[in-house]
Ligand binder design. Structure first.
Ligand code: NAG
Ligand code: NAG
Length: 222
């Protein structure tokens, strides 16, 4: 680069995986994704965005490649299964894990738990929304860590997860190492906004939240 060349460095890309399953809570993943979309290269023109320092390439995985019904919203079809991703050993940089009725211990897909355990070894960020952190707890990856979850299901998650997890009752979201966990549903939007600020800076993150006319809560807000 010659002296005085002011062109910004080329954007780097995070591969993001959205972990779907039957009875995943729609807004848990749809809320963050609507903001993440501002960093998807093919959508930049639509949003009239300058090239951000970080781009997101998003993949949708599920226990099956056939139609999945989430708690509400349209039927969704995952692009690949967890088992296929495990076989090809593809590593993702960022995991987004929604909560919902499908994370109940009797319902959660075993392949999702295996996928989480394999991915967290090299992932840079693991984002859970609502009872998505219960899925992380069942995968055994929150041992010795702090996390939060949906306030309405707090005691159920607390009683039915490892005693070696420090569950934080009053938080919109909690960060511990690579793990970012938010409380219930809409708190995922607040955590997503904070995470965007973390990866692309406050100017661009503010532009995104302003575009969607959202005023994010702070980490300690109830
Ligand atoms: C809690 O988890 C951490 C991290 O895996 C581990 O080092 C520690 O021994 C665990 N403590 C108990 C009481 O299981
Ligand atoms: C508080 C709570 O929901 N406890 C549940 C934990 O899991 C067991 C086994 O599934 C249930 O019987 C408890 O009700």
């Amino acid at each position: 680069m010659s002296a005085g060349d002011a062109s910004p460095p080329a954007a780097t890309t995070f591969n993001v995986v959205v972990c779907l399953f039957p009875d995943a809570q729609l807004l848990d993943y749809a809320g963050p994704l609507d903001m993440f979309g501002f960093l998807v290269e093919s959508d930049l023109v639509m949003y009239s965005m300058p090239m951000p320092p970080k781009l997101l390439d998003i993949t949708y995985l599920g226990p099956v490649k056939t139609v999945i019904r989430c708690t509400s919203g349209p039927p969704v079809v995952p692009q690949e299964t967890y088992n296929e991703a495990l076989e090809t050993k593809k590593q993702y940089d960022v995991l987004l894990i929604p909560g919902g009725g499908g994370v109940e211990p009797t319902k959660i897909p075993t392949s999702l738990l295996k996928f989480i355990t394999a991915q967290v070894k090299c992932a840079q960020f693991v984002l859970s929304v609502c009872t998505g952190s219960w899925a992380l707890a069942q995968a055994g990856v929150l041992e010795g860590r702090r996390a939060t979850t949906n306030k309405a299901l707090f005691h159920r998650v607390l009683e039915n997860s490892s005693k070696n997890i420090t569950w934080i009752p009053h938080a919109r979201w909690v960060v511990d190492g690579i793990y970012w966990s938010s409380s219930g549903v809409a708190a995922g939007l607040d955590m997503a906004a904070a995470w965007l600020e973390h990866i692309v800076g406050s100017e661009l993150a503010d532009r995104i939240t302003t575009s969607v006319e959202y005023t994010p809560a702070k980490a300690g807000d109830l």
